[in-house]
Design a protein around this ligand. Structure first.
Ligand SMILES: *Cc1c(COP(=O)(O)O)cnc(C)c1O
Length: 405
């Protein structure tokens, strides 16, 4: 049977060296069946059939390549993985059921009892719980460090340190870690560096090209960008990803075909979405900085940001999340948030809809007041994930917040 377009697609093997990011986001990993569909098909099936008992046996023994069961492989999930690997400049990607499952897979597939982790203290709240509460039960210990302080990273290394883990820029203050420098520290001590690249996506930062060994994403955020699905992905070398894949297929934290299809299609618009997020975020950051009632704005794109030079050096852009301190205390921050009418009050981020959050009582509410103070998350801090609404309308909504101070 003729396969329209199939041979042509087979010849298209884009890599970062050969094509631009938008091209990769649209063309890498594309699938096409004998029907010749232009948009990628979805394969919502749990299992696959064989033409004979002999063929089934060959698949199971590994003598023959092919699908068996969607916890192991699925064409839609594989398409998303190939596209993500191309975008991050990686050999391979493994899709997971959530961003947290991606981080869990690093812990359980690459580490073992007696191993030690050095982790930035400014990472996603559940990441801290995962290391502190759950991986510790498996005998994996973690030291948390100030992500900006290279001496602290080095000083925290022990003989049994196998993994360094960070998120840059951090949430919600946009603290940066020098990826190249921390990768060098990791490699000097025979450890891996894993980077959570959720806030910038490969459009604005590619940690593997800066020396990191592993990148993880919560696909739930910008990769989808429209708040439809929960998912994650791990990318890196073939060798490391084979271990991650082994854990995901055995442990069962795999991505569903439907979610993979949404993420795969979502990536097609990732570059223009990220650019639109950044354009609006930059305008809002500059405007907020000039308003009476706003004490400080945190956005790595501002020249006033303490690590603006590092941002320019290792990022291709500044992203869509900013935060600011209002005059007053927690009560003032809450009044500001409650006075807005359009932006969504939610702890989620990375959506075409702008979202507003009070970190001290939500995303960072489980920290002790002392730990929060040390991390610099004040009661008057508000986080804004800037979406794609017209900038005049976002500004008008923030003005309502300012009027309530
Ligand atoms: C949301 C988030 C996660 C966790 O991802 P889930 O998909 O919710 O499991 C991890 N890291 C960062 C930076 C996040 O924002």
């Amino acid at each position: 049977m003729a396969k329209p377009g199939f041979e042509r697609e087979q010849r298209i093997q884009f890599t970062l060296a050969e094509a631009g990011l938008s091209t990769l986001a649209i063309r890498a990993g594309q699938t096409r069946t004998a029907e010749g569909e232009h948009s990628d098909a979805i394969f919502p099936t749990s299992s696959f059939v064989y033409s004979s008992a002999r063929e089934a046996a060959a698949r199971f023994s590994g003598d023959e390549e092919g699908n068996i069961y969607s916890r192991f492989t699925n064409p839609t999930v594989h398409a998303f993985e190939k596209r993500m690997a191309a975008l991050e400049g990686a050999e391979r990607a493994v899709a997971t059921s959530s961003g947290m499952a991606a981080i869990l897979s690093i812990g359980l597939a690459l580490l073992q009892q007696g191993d030690h982790v050095v982790c930035s203290r400014s990472v996603f709240g559940s990441t801290i719980s995962l290391f502190e509460k759950y991986l510790s039960r498996a005998g994996i210990s973690t030291t948390f460090v100030d992500p900006k302080d290279l001496h602290a990273w080095e000083a925290a290394i022990q003989a049994n340190t196998r993994l360094l883990f960070l998120e840059t820029p951090s949430n919600p203050l946009g603290e940066l870690t020098d990826i190249k420098a921390v990768a060098a520290i990791a490699h000097k001590h025979d450890a891996w560096l894993a980077v959570d690249n959720c806030f910038l996506t490969p459009v604005f930062q590619r940690p593997l090209l800066l020396g990191a060994d592993i990148v993880i994403h919560s696909a739930t955020k910008y990769l989808d960008g429209q708040g439809r699905c929960v998912g994650g992905v791990v990318v890196g070398s073939d060798t490391l990803m084979e271990e991650i894949y082994g854990f995901i297929r055995t442990g069962g934290a795999c991505m569903s075909p439907f979610n993979a299809w949404v993420f795969h299609k979502g990536l097609e618009t990732l570059k223009i979405r990220m650019e639109a997020h950044e354009r609006n975020a930059m305008e809002m950051a500059i405007w907020l900085q000039q308003q009476p009632g706003i004490e400080k704005v945190y956005y790595t794109g501002l020249e006033s940001h303490a690590q603006h030079a590092l941002a320019i050096q290792q990022q291709n852009g500044f992203g869509g999340v900013l935060s600011f301190e209002v005059s007053g205390d927690q009560d003032a921050a809450w009044r500001f948030i409650d006075a807005t009418q359009m932006v969504s009050i939610t702890a989620n981020l990375g959506d075409v809809k702008s979202t507003i959050t009070h970190p001290a009582t939500t995303t960072h509410g489980r920290m002790t007041p002392e730990a929060r103070a040390e991390a610099g998350i004040k009661p008057n801090l508000v986080r804004l994930s800037v979406g794609h609404e017209d900038i005049e309308d976002i500004r008008a909504d923030m003005q309502l917040g300012l009027n309530a101070l």
